[in-house]
Design a protein around this ligand. Structure first.
Ligand SMILES: Nc1ncnc2c1ncn2[C@@H]1O[C@H](COP(=O)(O)OP(=O)(O)OP(=O)(O)O)[C@@H](O)[C@H]1O
Ligand SMILES: Nc1nc2c(ncn2[C@@H]2O[C@H](COP(=O)(O)O)[C@@H](O)[C@H]2O)c(=O)[nH]1
Length: 301
């Protein structure tokens, strides 16, 4: 192969080009930031008692596409995730829609207008610490997070819905899911029933850029770490041991034998908290949920 002489490098020109590129990137970032802040102002203004008709009647779709980094496809997807109809006007948003839109805009702004990298976050912790409660809060208030729905061989509790809380399956169906490679991890929890995380919905959500939350036990968290080392492991802690016992007994879904069994497992699980990347104390549900969601945005330790 003939040797090609390296081109003469004009170092000064290269440095000038790099500075110009940096300045251009900073300008775009600033304009995204400014437009995001003014979008937030419009959302707030449309809700104030003295709202100008122009702000209230603006369509959410138009408001979002006014932000330079958001094209029509991204806007359509975001609105779907936020549960806001395509034709909705800013003044016509419901309380929860408005809160979700504000939080979404704030999160984008905190990340320089960039869509944050999709992350797989595993939430584990002792029984009755509030994993299910925090996950439900996230499902209802952060629709851009995909919540994994586990399969289990236990029976539904009153109010639990198949396909929403769990996929309630028989032992034979659970075996089939394992044999056909459909599970990312499985475990027998509290020496009682089998639980497992279906693999495909997680892979699909991550591929479309959606962060995923798994609410699973310690064994499951360890298995996920082996399979997907990029996963972020979060341990949910109770404010105190006595509060944990109060929550378990207060929930009233287990008899006293099962409560004792779960508290024994809880001691083992609490001893493993140092294996996790982050710890979040569940004093208050909305605060704990926000801390968990915020962890989806920061680089893994
Ligand atoms: N921050 C909180 N403050 C007070 N009570 C809470 C809080 N979080 C959850 N709870 C209550 O504690 C109880 C246990 O919560 P939850 O069922 O969500 O726990 P869990 O960790 O999912 O339990 P398990 O692992 O046994 O399924 C529920 O009655 C719930 O309402
Ligand atoms: N390893 C897994 N553990 C899971 C999964 N889904 C739920 N769980 C954990 O099971 C216990 C009991 O749950 P409950 O709803 O019967 O009270 C709890 O610690 C859950 O976190 C899973 O897919 N894999």
């Amino acid at each position: 192969m003939p040797r090609v002489a390296p081109p003469e490098v004009d170092r000064a020109a290269a440095a000038r080009a790099a500075v110009a590129a940096r300045q251009a990137r900073a300008a775009v970032k600033k304009s995204v930031h400014d437009r995001t802040r003014s979008a937030l102002d419009v959302v707030d203004a449309a809700w104030s008692a003295s709202a100008a008709p122009a702000e209230a009647s603006l369509r959410v779709r138009e408001l979002l596409t006014s932000i330079p980094s958001l094209g029509p496809t991204r806007v359509a997807r975001a609105m779907e995730q936020l549960g806001i109809a395509e034709s909705k006007r800013v003044g016509g948003l419901g309380v929860r829609q408005r809160r979700r839109l504000r939080e979404w805009l704030e999160r984008r702004d905190n990340h320089g207008g960039e869509q944050q990298r999709a992350r797989l976050v595993v939430l584990a912790g002792p029984t009755a610490v509030g994993k299910g409660t925090v996950s439900t809060y996230i499902r209802e208030n952060y629709p851009d997070v995909h919540l994994s729905v586990s399969a289990t061989t236990r029976s539904p509790r009153p109010g639990e819905v198949d396909g929403v809380n769990y996929f309630f399956v028989s032992d034979e169906q659970f075996d089939h899911l394992i044999e056909t490679g459909q599970m990312l991890e499985t475990a027998t929890v509290h020496n009682a029933f089998r639980y497992g995380t279906p693999r495909e919905p997680i892979e699909e959500a991550l591929a479309r850029g959606q962060s995923v939350l798994l609410e699973i036990d310690l064994q499951g968290a360890r298995s996920v770490r082996k399979e997907m080392p990029e996963a972020v492991l979060v341990f949910l802690l109770p404010p105190t041991w006595d509060e944990l016992v109060r929550r378990l007994i207060g929930r009233g879904t287990e008899d006293s034998v099962e409560q004792q069994r779960r508290l024994e497992t809880a001691k083992v699980e609490l001893a493993a908290q140092d294996e996790f990347d982050y710890r979040v104390v569940n004093h208050e549900v909305s605060q704990a949920a926000r801390e968990v969601v915020d962890l989806m945005a920061i680089p893994k330790k």
